[in-house]
Design a protein around this ligand. Structure first.
Ligand code: BGC
Length: 909
């Protein structure tokens, strides 16, 4: 008997990875039927290097092969076959992968550093930002040119296999013999460079030939030396750029060659007088010679480089998907700007840059491209991003050819609108393309809702996810582009529905761990520079925060999301110690009393309780709680939510982190540790309830957020829950059934209401369209999720805030789980519940998530009180459909069901 074929073979989540970054990779496949056993063989150059034999097991996802230890820079082939539950065996399915440079000893190259003027060290502070202090010189005077590096080498036979391992302090593009290497952009990406600098691997077999070869590398400031972060300070990792590479070549005559970056490399300035990730770049086409990376080019005037020994401990193989051009959008309209130039609208807020074609420009004509996310209320040009070094302006100097096309190489912008200046006639729509950049993650989920506004809300979330999953998970793709831990902590569950985020977030967690300090503090953002630390050391208030509730807890909460959605145990194992160290820090800080209690005489019981609670110090609290921002200028208002909520929220996250870490420990088989953490969590919760919850179930702060979190994190005894729910409902009603939750509580708002029997109120909040609400933004034409609910105020005023912050888009997870109705009930969707919201206002929804076992789908329509439900259940997922008060077990395969809804239950709009 032959079982159904095995498909979707992946190694570390990747099909056909060129350079797997770990020595013991995990293998996955999708069996065609329920699996009872598998067998795996792994070969290198035809030789069997690992063989499992027949292993009785259901596992087919992230399977470790006991004796598999990858060698560096090696190509592998693996194959798998499975037995189904009837004992039938499948045919073998096979796939290939390669390995990266896995050991520090693999590095023999040196850093090569162009002898060029280092980047100016600019140190800006938040005070400079608000007081309007700005750089005195133009970008062209302050910034340094992109450097070109060139290395010549000779091969005496045709090439059989070649891999280029390359990274830079800065960002680079590479060419071999005049042809572009790879399709990544902004390589090597952003990491905590002091500890980790990711090395890319490219298959360059087809780019090399017998005889003279030239490797060319163009090198710009990037995250290493450029102006980055909120302050726009430069050189936060270093002021000198450089590159390091090894080219591993096998020629067809069987010889191996290794070309390494070294003293024979020469450098010169290229056609970019400057290029900065935030400010933008200038490209002078008159200075561009496309032959610069070909053998015939004369480099006798180029300069020798300096070399520096490699720091192999810091060089780590890149894992996951790089940043690529993932989409292109046409311009929808072009209109003259009364202030000069032309304004193009791409119809969508994105992260990326514009490719423009100029028709018959004159030599030396200078065209500027400016970017913004929104126009003002009157449709005029308006820069919504303020701050230092946030220009987002590219400049092109034409060579004077009949048609010239330009797309920046070393920068990107957050924008929907473009203003072009320096051309006389309006650009044709066809001459403009918004090139969308993102980490190129496979899109693994889809969701469609019959309510056009809700559907748009979902698409807005997906766009914000794309724009902010750019090398690291960021807050916004324009003003800061920082790896804010709080933002991804609240957004990770939503993100995991839409895309395969495991390798991407695992790499970010590697950075977060690398940035943990010796006292256990997990930073509020990562990658973090030493300048970030200096700033915190000299600031006051929340500017002084290095670690805090809800942000630092990402170290425990984000890995747990990856475990829930992907069943990934390794990320739990890899982050456990860091989470425990963070818990140590919280525990140690608990001794400190909140300021308001410092001069108060405490009872002995209170003293004991207070000593358990991590509730002092500075925190962002329930950041951006809407009511705290009303009626005051932003700079006064922004600190109010932190002041009001920090003391309550910090111990709630302390308890939640203890609980989640206990679950992680249990999942890793660390039973005693799990029990200890659970115990500690119970003590923290009891202390919290005794300190902060009165007999009527009231918290000391009458805001929705603390109630939501107290319920979501189980902070009060069961008997008190209904009292807290009543207060929460009252607070929501008082606000006209509008949300008043900040960053940290908003992910739980609708779930808490739903679970407490207030599904109707939860739906009314979801469908609310006065400010603040999700649909208010949609009604105002949002194409992404805004940082501030009132980024466009009810009177139409457009505010200078980010129009692309995904944090409040966390509601997308509710759309998948509660509205369309797909949720995992065991790690990695081993079991799932399909529970469509058949009695809510929607007529139709369909959703699909890619589980480790294949696509899980639900698609439903309600007509005249009857729900037609179509489901697809992959083998390996234990699925239950819950509808009209009944639960039905669904076997793998396709199901069509018709369910009559009780009359009172279908209150369609
Ligand atoms: C960012 C946030 C971030 C916050 C910290 C802001 O400037 O844009 O999204 O989490 O600072 O409170």
């Amino acid at each position: 008997m032959v079982a159904a074929p095995v498909t979707h073979l992946t190694v570390e989540y990747q099909p056909a990875a060129l350079a797997i970054a770990v020595p013991c990779p995990r293998l996955s496949w999708v069996p065609g039927r329920e699996q009872s056993a598998y067998e795996i063989e792994v070969r290198a150059a035809g030789e069997l290097v690992a063989h499992t034999g027949r292993v009785p097991s259901r596992e087919c996802h992230l399977v470790e092969v006991p004796d598999l230890r990858l060698r560096s820079d090696t190509d592998y082939e693996w194959r798998v076959r499975v037995w189904d539950t009837d004992g039938a065996v499948s045919s073998w399915a096979s796939a290939r992968f390669g390995s990266a440079l896995l050991s520090a000893d693999d590095w023999t190259a040196s850093w090569v550093l162009p002898k060029a003027r280092p980047t100016d060290i600019e140190r800006w502070t938040l005070l400079d930002w608000v007081t309007g202090r700005r750089p005195q010189q133009e970008a062209s005077e302050r910034l340094v040119p992109v450097q070109l590096l060139r290395q010549r080498f000779d091969l005496d036979a045709p090439v059989a296999r070649a891999r280029l391992y390359l990274t830079a302090r800065g960002i680079y593009t590479a060419e071999l013999n005049g042809r572009r290497v790879g399709d990544e952009v902004l390589a090597p990406g952003f990491d905590s460079y002091t500890s980790r600098l990711c090395v890319q691997c490219y298959d360059v077999t087809d780019l090399l030939g017998r005889g003279d070869n030239i490797l060319g590398v163009a090198l710009a400031d990037g995250w290493w030396a450029g102006r980055i972060g909120l302050t726009g300070s430069s050189a936060q990792f270093g002021a000198t750029t450089g590159a390091i590479w090894q080219l591993h070549i096998e020629t067809q005559d069987g010889q191996r060659h290794r070309i390494t970056s070294d003293g024979d490399v020469v450098s010169a300035e290229g056609p970019w007088p400057y290029a900065d990730l935030f400010i933008g770049e200038r490209f002078d086409a008159r200075l561009y010679d496309p032959a610069w990376s070909t053998p015939g080019f004369d480099d006798t005037t180029w300069n020798p480089v300096e070399t520096e020994p490699a720091d192999p401990g810091v060089l780590v193989p890149f894992a996951g998907e790089p940043v690529r051009r993932v989409d292109e959008l046409p311009a929808l309209s072009v209109a003259p700007d009364p202030d000069g130039g032309w304004i193009a609208d791409f119809g969508q807020v994105v992260a990326g840059r514009v490719r423009i074609t100029l028709r018959a420009p004159g030599e030396g004509d200078t065209v500027t491209l400016e970017h913004t996310e929104t126009l003002d209320a009157d449709g005029r040009w308006f820069e919504n991003i303020e701050g230092i070094n946030k220009e987002q302006r590219d400049t092109y100097v034409a060579a004077g050819r009949p048609a010239e096309t330009y797309e920046p190489s070393f920068t990107f912008h957050g924008f929907r609108y473009l203003r072009v200046r320096g051309i006389q006639a309006p650009p044709h729509l066809d001459d403009l393309r918004a090139v969308v950049l993102s980490s190129d993650l496979p899109q693994t989920g889809s969701l469609h809702l019959s309510d056009e506004r809700l559907d748009r809300l979902h698409r807005n979330v997906v766009w914000s996810q794309r724009a902010n999953f750019l090398s690291v998970p960021t807050d916004c793709p324009q003003r800061e582009r920082a790896g804010w831990a709080g933002d991804i902590q609240v957004f990770a569950p939503a993100a995991a529905n839409n895309a395969l985020v495991a390798p991407f977030l695992t790499r970010w967690l590697d950075n977060l761990r690398a940035d943990q300090d010796s006292e256990g503090r997990i930073p509020i953002l990562s990658p973090r520079s030493t300048y970030d630390d200096q700033l915190a050391d000299t600031a006051e208030g929340f500017g002084s925060i290095k670690a805090c509730a809800g942000w630092s807890d990402a170290i425990a909460l984000v890995p747990w999301v990856l475990y829930e959605r992907y069943g990934d145990r390794r990320v739990l194992a890899d982050t456990l110690d860091a989470a425990l160290h963070w818990i140590d820090h919280q525990r140690g800080s608990a001794a400190e009393l909140p300021e308001r209690l410092r001069d108060t005489a405490l009872t002995p019981e209170q003293h004991t309780r207070q000593a358990l609670l991590y509730n002092a110090g500075e925190h962002f609290g329930d950041w951006l709680t809407p009511s705290t921002l009303e009626g005051r200028p932003l700079h006064e208002a922004i600190g109010i939510a932190p002041k009001l909520t920090a003391e309550l929220i910090a111990p709630m996250f302390q308890a939640q982190t203890l609980t989640v870490t206990a679950r992680s420990a249990a999942a890793l088989g660390r039973t005693a540790l799990a029990a200890r953490l659970r115990d500690e969590a119970a003590h923290v919760r009891a202390a919290f309830a005794a300190e902060y919850v009165d007999a009527e179930g009231r918290l000391p702060v009458a805001l929705q957020g603390p109630y939501v979190l107290a319920l979501a994190f189980d902070m009060v005894p069961a008997a008190q829950r209904p009292l807290l729910v009543d207060h929460l409902v009252h607070l929501i009603t008082e606000r006209g059934e509008r949300l008043d939750t900040g960053f940290l509580s908003v992910p739980y708002l609708l779930d808490v209401l739903w679970d407490a029997g207030h599904a109707d109120l939860a739906r009314r909040l979801l469908w609310q369209d006065t400010c603040p609400s999700w649909l208010y933004e949609v009604d105002r034409g949002a194409t992404t999720i805004w940082e501030a609910w009132d980024a466009i105020t009810p009177d139409g005023t457009v505010r200078a805030v980010s129009f692309n912050h995904y944090a409040f888009g966390c509601v997308d997870d509710v759309l998948y789980r509660r509205i369309a109705g797909i949720r995992a009930t065991a790690p990695g969707y081993r079991s799932a519940v399909l529970e469509p919201d058949l009695t809510g206002p929607l007529d139709h929804a369909d959703a699909e998530v890619w589980t480790p076992y294949g696509p899980l789908r639900v698609d439903w329509t309600v007509t005249s009180g009857v729900a037609a439900i179509h489901t697809e259940i992959p083998h390996g997922v234990d699925a239950v459909l819950v509808a009209a008060g009944r639960s039905v077990q669904l076997a793998p395969g396709t199901h069509y069901l018709h369910i009559s809804l009780p009359a009172q239950e279908h209150g369609k709009k």
